[in-house]
Design a protein around this ligand. Structure first.
Ligand code: FES
Length: 541
């Protein structure tokens, strides 16, 4: 699917009120109110997976037209309650503007549901009758994504995304490793935090989507974990010291936990085979491998590139016979980190900036008041300022700016952009774009000949392609060659979890990968300087 060919997001016309909290939702005829709410903080109670049997997800329709009550609702609710607008959120589809009232929300949780439209369709495996459940985990530096599967039936029970609690020890990999390095005992603490977070995510799925926990945990036969090398080292409880040694950056690093029995015990999963999908190298994790598996990149007959934007951006180029892979720093800027008014992709984050009459038009997540820029909004803003001539291709402002920065909306200080923000962004995009150009050079292909370009990571969800091309973050390819693959690493991990022979599947791709460390490559450093300019690239390189 072309990222820019995505249908425009539906207008947020359904408001859900709960005390002093309000959540705006699109009126999507394919998505229940419960599912739409599950992607945010304000959630209904739930204990039956949305079958309409537990009655926990009560909500009241105050205004607006919705689907008629379903059979499940007519069995669960009294006619007089239905007449007063009471409904089950898991059965409810607003058909236009509506106002709903949620009296008893679920207790706050750090876990949100992932967008289920990206779900993998899978065949079941009848051989897994004894311990049919399996868990796929993508352990990211910032977020943990996971999914619970009934492998025998090939059914995804639920998925979640939550913050990696290790964030408290540092936002990026190196700070996290430094924290671990200061005291060896801390490595166990960090491992414990990540493991606790994963099992809490699984329990959240079980309690809301199945209604029982302990018996299902006992039937989990497999847990598969992918991630970047540092995060995999930390969850294994092993030292990350070896990752500081440049000799190890291109070499495989073994991430093998030495306490599997205790790990299984702490998760109450006595039969689970907990497996870490081994990273490709010190600085290229198995999350990239999983993303490549999700994209099925080696099935393509023409050159293709994949970029997984995150705290570290991992990039791979398939030239028809070999995969060239590398990893570059700079990703935090794409997640709003380091930008003065940068925030994550959360309610109030400006994710789209478009020209408007007078001042630019801003779109925020959940249509909430603007609180700052997430990565895609910032890129849009820079592209617009470039087009207006307010920012030069060198990254400098055309006119001196006040100490309060250049405000897109004069009365809102959270819309201000500062020179230092543009500088941070330029470095991030230069390291990324230069790496793409350098991989193409190594592979002996022209970026313009790429048949497809996969954009992975949550960053891609809101990314406006023309802006990313305009500022020189992505090569200037035609729109139809871009493909969005959100939650790619989790999707690849799920494929491995369900594959009858995951080892063969995994090795088939891993053997074709050549990992490159661009640090110290003079050509790359020169390209980095060139790519600091805010201009398009890739059409002629
Ligand atoms: S009745 Fe809606 S989640 Fe159980």
């Amino acid at each position: 699917m072309s990222a820019d060919n995505r249908p425009a997001p539906a207008e947020p016309v359904v408001s859900v009120v709960c005390g002093d909290r309000v959540r705006m939702l699109p009126a999507d005829p394919q998505t229940t109110v419960r599912h739409a709410l599950d992607t945010g903080d304000l959630r209904v109670r739930a204990a039956c997976g949305g079958l309409g049997t537990c009655g926990a997800c009560l909500i009241t329709v105050l205004e607006g037209e919705c689907n008629p009550p379903t059979l499940a609702e007519r069995q669960k609710l009294l006619p007089e309650d239905l007449a007063q607008g009471q409904r089950l959120a898991c059965q409810l589809y607003p058909r236009g503007p509506a106002k709903l009232y949620l009296e008893h929300p679920a207790t706050d949780a750090v876990w949100k549901s992932l967008d289920s439209s990206c779900r993998l369709r899978a065949a079941g495996n009848p051989a897994l009758a004894d311990y049919p459940f399996g868990v796929a985990v993508d352990l990211g530096t910032t977020h943990i994504r996971l999914a619970l599967w009934q492998r025998q039936a090939g059914r995804r029970i639920g998925s979640r995304i939550g913050l990696n609690p290790q964030l408290a020890h540092g936002a990026d990999v190196l700070t996290r490793l430094d924290a671990e390095r200061l005291a060896a005992a801390d490595s166990r603490v960090l491992a414990g935090e990540a493991r606790k977070a994963v099992i809490e995510g699984v329990r959240d799925i079980l309690s809301r989507d199945l209604g029982e926990i302990t018996p299902i945990l006992a039937q989990v036969g497999k847990v598969l974990v992918v991630g970047n090398t540092a995060m995999l080292s930390l969850i294994c409880g092993t030292s990350g010291d070896s990752l500081y040694d440049p000799d190890n950056w291109q070499a495989p690093i073994a991430c093998i936990p030495d306490d599997l029995a205790a790990w299984r015990d702490s998760w109450r999963m006595p039969h689970a085979d907990i497996e870490i999908v081994q990273p490709l190298a010190g600085f290229v994790g198995s999350d990239l491998l999983a993303a490549l598996i999700a994209a099925d990149i080696t099935a393509q007959s023409a050159p293709a590139m994949l970029a997984d934007f995150g705290t570290n951006t991992e990039i791979a180029l398939w030239d028809g016979g070999r995969i060239w892979a590398t990893s570059v720093t700079g990703g935090p800027a794409f997640e709003g980190v380091g930008i003065r008014n940068g925030i994550g992709a959360e309610a109030g984050a400006i994710h789209r900036v478009e020209p408007g009459a007078g001042s630019p038009r801003l779109q925020t997540i959940d249509a909430a008041p603007a609180r700052g820029f997430c990565g895609s909004g910032f890129i849009d803003a820079v592209a617009l300022l470039l087009a207006d001539g307010a920012v030069k291709p060198s990254g400098r402002f055309a006119a001196p700016q006040a100490a309060t920065g250049l405000r897109l909306v004069p009365e809102n200080p959270r819309t201000a952009i500062f020179a230092s923000d543009i500088d941070i962004f330029q470095r991030a995009k230069a390291s990324t774009a230069a790496a793409m150009a350098q991989l193409a050079e190594f592979a002996g292909i022209d970026l313009a000949s790429l048949d497809s370009f996969w954009i992975c990571g949550s960053f891609g969800r809101h990314l406006h392609l023309s802006s990313a091309i305009r500022v020189g973050l992505l090569p200037a390819l035609s729109r139809e060659r871009f493909r969005l693959l959100a939650d790619a690493s989790l999707a690849g991990c799920e494929k491995l979890l369900l594959a009858p022979d995951p080892g063969k599947f995994n090795t088939g791709i891993a053997q074709r990968i050549r990992v490159l460390n661009l640090g110290g490559v003079v050509e790359y450093e020169n390209r980095f300087i060139d790519h600091l300019r805010l201009q398009t690239f890739g059409a002629t390189e």
